[in-house]
Design a protein around this ligand. Structure first.
Ligand code: MG
Length: 158
């Protein structure tokens, strides 16, 4: 596989590992404020991100490309409230989508059809990832507007 494309895929694997790390940190945040339903939700996301990282790892192996593990950044965890957490997650997923689009463009430029098809799966899944967080933002906002306790939504997620 093309060297630059291999390098970029390795960076994307690191971003997926970081996503997992970030959602585990969000799991901690919700645990600490005893919103266990939200905590569970974030733990599920964290596990999914590990699968994304694993998928890129396995793809690189199948292509006989070198795996490069790089440092995983510590997430910035100074969230103000639950809404802030979900807005952060939504923004993060949009950042991930942007990188996947760039990767796809690179695979196209390198005439790597298999890599383009591999990335298609990730790109399509991003629509779902973004929608998941966006919908939660809307639900939290609606909850706040009708003065419902956030706990109702929390219980629903248990
Ligand atoms: Mg992901």
């Amino acid at each position: 596989m093309n060297e630059k494309l291999t390098e970029e895929l390795n960076l994307q694997m690191n971003r997926e590992f970081f996503s997992s790390y970030l959602y585990y940190a969000m799991n901690t945040y919700f645990k600490e404020i005893t919103l266990d339903g939200f905590a569970k939700y974030m733990k599920k996301q964290a596990k999914e991100e590990l699968k994304h990282a694993q998928g890129i790892h396995d793809y690189l192996i199948d292509r006989n490309a070198k795996i490069n593990y790089s440092r995983i950044e510590a997430p910035d965890i100074n969230w103000l409230n639950p809404l802030d957490v979900f807005e952060y997650a939504y923004k993060h997923e949009k950042f991930i989508t942007g990188h996947l689009h760039q990767l796809h463009k690179m695979a196209e430029e390198k005439n790597d059809l298999a890599c383009q098809i591999f990335l298609n799966g990730y790109i399509v899944e991003q629509v779902e990832e973004e929608a998941k967080f966006y919908k939660m933002i809307e639900r939290i906002k609606t909850n706040a507007e009708c003065n419902c306790n956030l706990n109702n939504l929390n219980i629903e997620l248990m």
